[in-house]
Design a protein around this ligand. Structure first.
Ligand code: 48F
Length: 260
């Protein structure tokens, strides 16, 4: 026999027991990051490495969002200076293509960024979709309402599965173009969004980083969700602003936690 003697029930109990323990512990977090794309993962890495109790909620089975593929189904990812500094931090090699434009491998960069967030101590709930927010006094966002992703794909007659809620001191919407947490506030008439503008890479990256911040009490927007909220131009397949927006979101979250 090569392997230790372990029964099926032990395997089941390991999965159910450890998952339940984690979910129970993270029913209340310091920061919930909705969306595990490049912006959300960078924010998670920054916050968790500073000891902040950080939970990433991702609707897909896999993390990474659009970071696996650079654009047009081709997995070379581009980053404009100074975004390559984040690639240095996570140990991803790259080459300068033209002055100030770096190119790297999507799978390498994405897997390293995921590993960096995990190594820093961020916890992950995948296959989990955020479909609403928890509100407190002054309509401050105080958490999110979640359900298993497959629930929304079930036939209508068996979709009456009530969700559960998780609380947090700060929520970050890093759900990309759809800005899904913001959308929950828009549906209630608590926020307005302008929708992202046409492609203009020279303008969009600076603008996204500059506008990253608290967009509603308790809610920070990061990554492409920022351009959706403020009507900023889109940037297409270049990722420096996603990485730096994630960093900025983490800085703002830390400031908000300090004021608590
Ligand atoms: O789309 P995504 O990669 O967002 P990002 O971090 O980066 C955008 C770039 O990939 C690219 C671009 C600029 O370079 O234009 O599009 O802003 O990652 C968003 C993640 O959020 C998840 C989604 O599956 C993806 O992994 N997500 C979206 N809605 C929900 C969600 C939701 N309701 N609940 C949980 N996760």
């Amino acid at each position: 026999m090569i392997f230790e003697k372990v029964e099926e029930k032990d395997v089941t109990q390991a999965i159910v027991g450890e998952f339940s323990r984690m979910l129970s512990e993270y029913a209340e977090s310091d920061v919930i990051i909705v969306g595990g794309g490049p912006a959300g993962l960078t924010a998670a890495k920054e916050l968790a490495s500073k000891g902040v109790k950080t939970l990433i909620i991702e609707r897909n089975n896999y993390l990474g969002g659009g970071f696996w593929i650079g654009g047009y189904l081709m997995n070379k990812v581009t980053v404009r200076a100074p975004g390559e500094k984040v690639l240095d931090e996570i140990g991803v090699p790259y080459q300068e293509y033209v002055k100030g434009l770096y190119v790297t491998d999507g799978p390498h960069a994405c897997s390293k960024l995921i590993a960096a967030a995990c190594d820093a101590g961020a916890r992950i709930l995948n296959m989990t979709k955020v479909d609403d927010v928890v509100l407190r006094e002054g309509n401050r966002v105080a958490g999110v309402v979640i359900n298993w992703t497959p629930i929304s794909a079930l036939p209508r007659e068996i979709t009456c599965v009530d969700p559960v809620s998780l609380q947090a001191k700060v929520v970050i919407d890093a759900t990309g173009h759809d800005a899904e947490v913001v959308s929950a506030l828009v549906r209630r008439g608590l926020m307005k969004v302008r929708g992202y503008g046409a492609m203009w890479v020279e303008r969009s990256e600076d603008a996204v980083v500059e506008h990253t911040g608290e967009a509603h009490p308790g809610l920070i927007v990061a990554g492409m969700a920022v351009s959706t909220v403020y009507g900023l131009p889109r940037m297409g397949p270049t990722f420096g602003a996603m990485l730096l927006s994630g960093k900025r979101a983490a800085e703002v979250a830390l400031e908000m936690l300090e004021k608590e």
